[in-house]
Ligand binder design. Structure first.
Ligand code: HEM
Length: 131
């Protein structure tokens, strides 16, 4: 069997948090018609419940991401360019998600939700490039 190291745990936690942040947003989008169909403030309540888990995952991403950087040591300039672009994209995903939670119009919800989801997917792709 391959050994389990601290590196394994670091990357596991980072990828686990990425699945929650990215996969959770995709799943919420897929469930939206059903939640709307349930009527009342069901979509709002589901979004609030997801928000709690999603922001915990985002915090884990930031902490383990900083840990990833510390472990990566000296890296070539193309790695750094991808990393810096990824960090900008992650920041946009976080800001868009925060605005999404505060949006009150259908259009505002759609735009901020789409921006957060697409940038989260781009961050996932760039993370795989870095890994
Ligand atoms: C939406 C947020 C994020 C997503 C979806 C994401 C996703 C990923 C994924 C899937 C990997 C590949 C792991 C592997 O297979 O080795 C990765 C690696 C990495 N991530 Fe993230 N990440 C996010 C946020 C961050 C943040 C905030 C930082 C830094 C503060 C960061 C820094 C890194 C670094 C340095 C690596 C390379 C790790 C290695 O060398 O193995 N990530 N990320």
């Amino acid at each position: 069997m391959l050994p389990v190291s601290l590196d394994t745990i670091r990357v596991f936690l980072h990828v686990l948090a990425a699945t929650v942040w990215v996969g959770g947003q995709l799943t919420m989008t897929a469930l939206l018609p059903v939640l709307r169909g349930a009527g009342g403030d069901t979509p709002k309540q589901a979004a609030r419940a997801f928000n709690r888990v999603a922001w915990a995952a985002f915090a884990v991403l930031v902490v383990t991401g900083v840990w990833n950087i510390a472990e990566a040591g000296d890296t070539p300039s193309d790695y750094q360019a991808t990393l810096h672009t990824k960090l900008a994209v992650v920041a946009i995903s976080g800001v868009a998600a925060a605005l999404h939670a505060r949006a009150s119009t259908r259009k505002g919800l759609a735009v901020t939700g789409a921006v957060s989801g697409v940038t989260a997917l781009i961050a996932l792709f760039m993370g795989v490039q870095l890994g």
